[in-house]
Design a protein around this ligand. Sequence first.
Ligand SMILES: [Zn+2]
Length: 280
Amino acid sequence: MKKYAVITMDVEDFYHTYFPEMNVDRSQSLLDGLDVALDIMDKKNIKGSFFVVGEIADMLAEKIKAMDANGHDIACHNWVHLRPVTMGIDKYKEQLIRAKDKLEEILGHKVNGYRAPSFGIDDEHYEAMIDCGFKYDSSKLKPQKSSKYGVLNLNGFKEIFPCIYRRDDFIEFEVSTQKIGDMNMLLGGGYIRMLPWPFMKWMTKKYLKTGQPYVMYIHPIDLSPKPMPRVEGVSFDRYLRTHIGRGDMVKRFSAVIEMLEKEGYEFVTFEQLRKMELER
Ligand SMILES: [Zn+2]
């Protein structure tokens, strides 16, 4: 197998990423970080997979339609940005179908991909998600110390390639992590932004040397040039966490893309990888 890289974004606003359970003033938005990512990717003709939160899909309808027409893969990230494990199965399915239907209505075709908010999914919710008609998922991580992430055993799946699993025609794409001691460090999201860059660069290089598929995930908030809105009642510590490293992230995002190019990685979407696997 060639070396494949998938750039993925969870298309959600700052209040989804950091304050999903709070009633936050939504008049400010950092969704312009999506345009920053698209600009960088378009210049290099890189197509990615974008997981859109259903409740903001109408607001982004024209944009995601254009992205879809341009070869990007538009996928689903729930209707609300809440961890599936916090919802009963019926409620979970209901909001999931609502989100899938909404995206399909906007795009005019089937939406195949899914990722759970905050990777908070377990096997029971996973099976419910497959029942809703999805064809691939990217919610799996290697075991994490934090209990906010769900645990997926993927019963009956076979690892067909490192970090890619299949059961019948359903494919799971694991998000890249690098093992450091007894920790599986995430190579995406806020970690690229918050960890010291020499350390992140070293971990990413180490991972890429294995030639395994590389899956990076980021959020608009990581790339938006706007300041992080202050949210009432949030401690300064938490505010700092959402803010740290944002000034440097465009450079880091571009640097990771350059590292992938240098290592001979080919950029694809999950939907392209899924089709390749099914035709194999
Ligand atoms: Zn998310």
